[in-house]
Ligand binder design. Structure first.
Ligand code: ARG
Ligand code: ZN
Length: 879
């Protein structure tokens, strides 16, 4: 059942108008739909509509009911063999069961309220329709519901009419004037309260902004509303994009498979990305809300006004919109820190995906279940591809390219090629080689060598690129990419490498273009051997092999003008030391941390001229995932042990400095979420985490434990209390248990805070966590039907607690197998996602490989396996 990009065919019929009448009932919702259809081709083909998990009650053509021999409904397709050659009307009545919908796709209930998730192929579970994004229609939706249980009735667009029916029900009719694909349809109904505000667009139109939540969350929407207004202003200022309807609605629901959904005029959000109060949400949550609200808002232009021709083009809207939300967040907070965070995601997670069995290009050539391709590759690598275009063209030309894209394609369903073509027009140069980023999977690797000739006063930089084979292509053609570099002299001063740059431009950074498999770049008039600052700002999503001396790395760490590479040099140094000690650990040699590394971290820590958020990143050791990526055989126990030992040693050796900064960074105003205050808290909590990092099997002094306990008890906000709680929980089982009990008593009524409580326990690095997690799956607060709960407890353990998930006895794998088997019949999308850690089995030693495969085989043997899980398991086990 694999679908291929190369088989794309335009739709046989278009639907100009859709009229929906939806009578809500928990077990038996009746959906009547009237489609105004029009042939899109000369040839007379049957009309084929998608329909899944629904009962077809009646089908009519141009007003007459079709008898059963005039249409078929099998294998998810409703087919009417004979339809007129002129425009015609099809009316379909279907019956569905929202209460039974645990897949959270289509129309379902969340906390007793109705909501929808139609992207990518959920609309076909509501009614029969050509459920593909290149069919764009004007929707009118009448929602009918019970007045007491559903006082609020919402759909896309503007409210046209509403009123009472004589049977105790009421109705509301919504009309969306913008043609849209079915995946952007939304309906919400239930007992919700509304928070209202307005936004005046730059052309002077007033837009009503409504956030709908359950009554108990009424006071938690302020930050989301402020974020929305910031995003609306930012898109006007940076991309010249204005909102187009008079109403923008956001609804928060507790049961949601992903982060949020950009349905036209009616976004549906995971409540995690809406609700926040200082006492319940951390700075990271505040930043996440601002980013996701912006992301969904930005989709109105990059996704809704211009949409995808087919789902292979998903990155057309997702990569671009992630790029836009990254830029927005950079403007709202610290640009270098945001860049470091994004690069960490790419290198720790996307590179891993790119080297495993699920590796696929930014534009996948085929899929079995499209839901499996909402990935780090499509989203985050897709954003890196857009960012490379931004880097190559420069901000101004890139903006012109965006304007051309909007002008050319507004109202259309297009492809990634159309996007690149708009950029080509703006740039005036050919980008056909660049497009290999869309068709070749895998992470390119660059090998860098420098040759200095004192006699010629010349420096030559040589770059060679390669890319490992992946499923869709074994032999890779060279990629086209921007490589930003700088050169530093022996004192760390920047050498002017960009001499042909105009005035006012950065003369420190040279943008090289790599397009061949091997290329040399010449730098004249270099009077001494330079230190290369390579791939500044991570200008391309690649792995770099570059033999630099410790001295050079220290020079970059202290003097580079590119903040990203200052951070990067420190990470490279740490990584080298960690890998060296991992080898010791594996040979039962004692582990030690080098003094020079500690001193480097100390210099960062004491440099009060730096942004504290940057300092926090600079003193944080590389992630376990990123360390693992460097190893031929990942040894999760060695990685954890060495990293943990380093952390404990840093805490001990820099104790005075850490305490000093910890106290200096104490805030004296009540909690506020802004870049400066959040940065202060981040560094302060980073200091606390070092101070409370225990040696493996070791105990902390009561004074240090007390420092954590006191912060937990005294703080007025979730950021500081959960940070302190986490430190204590990971340092001392007894003290941790006491605080966890206190925390639960205090917050058991708040689902999002309970998620944090579950995640903290699942991520605990002290022994015995698996048993504890198993017990928690039976706890009153846990529900396997709620994706946030599953992510908090099961995914946190299996995907982040590497040391214990990969325990030598294989119990972690068995636990994950059990959970996937339990989850798959309920929610296939989430079940398939939970499998990610097992897909990586080839990276481990033979014993672990075998145990991981056993679980995959066991899942495959289940009597009913969803397409979602089947595809991931099959690809993982493929030879
Ligand atoms: N378009 C949404 C976003 O990126 C994601 C929705 C995907 N949903 C899904 N079930 N795969 O904002
Ligand atoms: Zn998106």
């Amino acid at each position: 059942k694999e679908t291929f990009l190369k088989d794309y065919q335009p739709p046989a019929y278009l639907v100009d108008r859709v009229d929906l009448r939806i009578e809500l009932d928990a077990q038996s919702t009746l959906v009547q739909s009237r489609l105004l259809c029009r042939p899109n081709q000369q040839t007379k083909k049957p009309l084929v509509l998608n329909g899944k998990r629904l009962e077809v009650v009646q089908v009519a053509l141009n007003g007459s009911v079709l008898t059963r021999n005039r249409f078929t409904f099998t294998d998810g397709l409703l087919t009417i063999a004979h339809v007129p050659a002129e425009p015609f009307e099809v009316a379909v009545t279907t019956r569905i069961n929202p209460a039974e919908n645990t897949a959270l796709e289509g129309l379902y209930l969340s906390s007793g309220n109705y909501c929808t998730q139609c992207e990518p192929e959920g609309f076909r579970t509501i009614t029969c329709f050509p459920d593909r994004p290149d069919v764009m229609s004007v929707f009118t939706t009448t929602v009918i519901g019970d007045k007491t249980s559903c006082p609020v009735l919402l759909a896309n667009g503007n409210l046209m009419a509403s009123g009472d029916l004589d049977d105790g029900r009421h109705y509301a009719t919504w009309h969306d004037p913008f043609p849209k694909p079915s995946y952007l349809f939304a309906l919400v109904a239930g007992d919700l309260v509304r928070i209202s505000d307005t936004f005046t667009t730059r052309s002077g139109r007033t837009v009503a902004l409504h956030i709908y939540v359950e009554a108990r969350n009424r006071d938690k929407c302020g930050h989301a509303m402020r974020s929305l207004k910031k995003a609306m202003r930012w898109d006007e200022e940076h991309f010249g994009r204005e909102y187009d309807l008079d109403l923008y609605m956001i609804v928060a629901v507790d049961d949601f498979n992903m982060g949020a959904m950009e349905n036209k005029g009616l976004n549906v959000f995971n409540s995690k990305y809406v609700l926040a109060l200082p006492e319940t949400a951390t700075d990271a949550d505040y930043e996440g809300i601002e980013a996701v609200i912006a992301h969904e808002y930005f989709h109105n232009w990059t996704g809704n006004r211009i949409t995808c021709r087919d789902w292979f083009q998903l990155s057309l809207k997702e990569g671009l919109t992630v790029f836009r939300d990254q830029e927005f967040t950079a403007d709202m907070s610290s640009r270098p820190v945001k860049r470091i965070e994004d690069v960490n995601i790419i290198r720790s997670l996307q590179f891993r995906e790119d080297s495993g069995p699920m590796a696929h290009p930014v534009r996948p050539p085929s899929f079995v279940e499209i839901n499996n391709f909402y990935t780090l590759t499509v989203y985050n690598k897709g954003a890196e591809v857009i960012r490379m275009l931004f880097t190559l063209l420069g901000a101004e030309t890139f903006r012109q390219g965006m304007d051309i894209y909007f002008d050319r394609h507004d109202g259309q369903a297009v492809t990634c090629d159309d996007f690149v073509a708009a950029m080509e027009t703006a740039w005036g140069k050919d980008l056909s080689q660049f497009k290999r980023w869309y068709s070749q999977a895998g992470t390119p690797e660059l090998t860098v060598t420098g040759h200095y000739s004192a006699a010629d006063q010349q420096f030559i930089l040589e770059i060679e690129q390669s890319c490992p084979p992946t499923r869709e292509s074994v032999v890779k053609e060279p990629f086209f990419m921007p490589i930003a570099i700088g050169l530093l002299d022996e004192n760390g001063n920047a050498l002017p490498v960009n001499t042909d740059a105009g005035t006012g431009t950065d003369t420190d950074t040279k943008m090289l273009i790599l397009s061949e498999q091997r290329q040399q770049y010449f730098f004249p008039n270099i009077t001494s051997k330079p230190t290369v600052s390579f791939l500044r700002n991570f200008s391309a999503p690649v792995k770099v092999h570059h033999a630099q001396s410790e001295e050079e790395l220290h020079r970059l760490m202290t003097h580079d003008t590119d903040p990203f590479n200052r951070w990067e040099a420190g990470q490279t140094l740490s990584l080298r030391h960690i890998l060296e000690q991992i080898a010791n650990f594996q040979h039962q040699q004692p582990i030690s941390i080098r003094h020079r590394l500690v001193r480097g971290l100390r210099d960062f820590l004491l440099d009060t001229d730096l942004d504290p958020a940057f300092t926090a990143m600079a003193v944080t050791l590389p992630t376990e995932n990123w360390i693992g990526q460097q190893m031929t055989i990942i040894d999760p126990v060695a990685i954890f042990s060495v990293r943990q030992q380093f952390r404990a040693q840093i805490g001990l050796q820099l104790r005075d400095e850490l305490l000093q900064r910890y106290h200096d960074l104490t805030g004296d105003i009540p909690y506020q979420y802004n870049a400066v205050e959040a940065a202060r808290r981040t560094l302060r909590n980073t200091c606390l985490a070092y101070l409370l990092a225990p040696e493996i099997g070791g105990r902390l002094t009561p004074e240090l434990l007390q420092l954590g306990t006191e912060q937990y008890q005294r703080s007025d906000n979730m950021t500081d209390s959960i940070a302190a709680l986490g430190c204590v929980v990971n340092a001392d089982a007894a003290a941790g248990a006491a605080l966890l009990a206190d925390f639960y008593t205090k917050w058991q009524h708040d689902p999002l805070v309970v998620d944090k409580w579950l995640a903290l326990q699942a991520g605990c690095s002290l022994p015995g966590t698996l048993e504890h997690v198993k017990n928690l799956t039976g706890h009153a607060s846990f529900s396997i039907k709620n994706p946030n709960k599953v992510r908090a407890l099961i995914a946190t353990f299996c995907a982040t607690n590497h040391n214990q998930f990969h325990a030598a006895d294989g119990h972690g794998y068995c636990f994950l197998g059990d959970q996937v088997i339990r989850l798959d019949p309920l929610n296939p999308q989430i079940a398939a996602r939970m499998l990610t850690p097992l897909t990586q089995w080839r990276r481990y030693d033979p014993t672990r490989q075998q145990m991981m495969c056993e679980q995959l085989e066991r899942i495959r043997r289940q009597p009913l396996v969803s397409d979602d899980v089947q595809e991931v398991v099959d690809r993982s086990l493929q030879k």
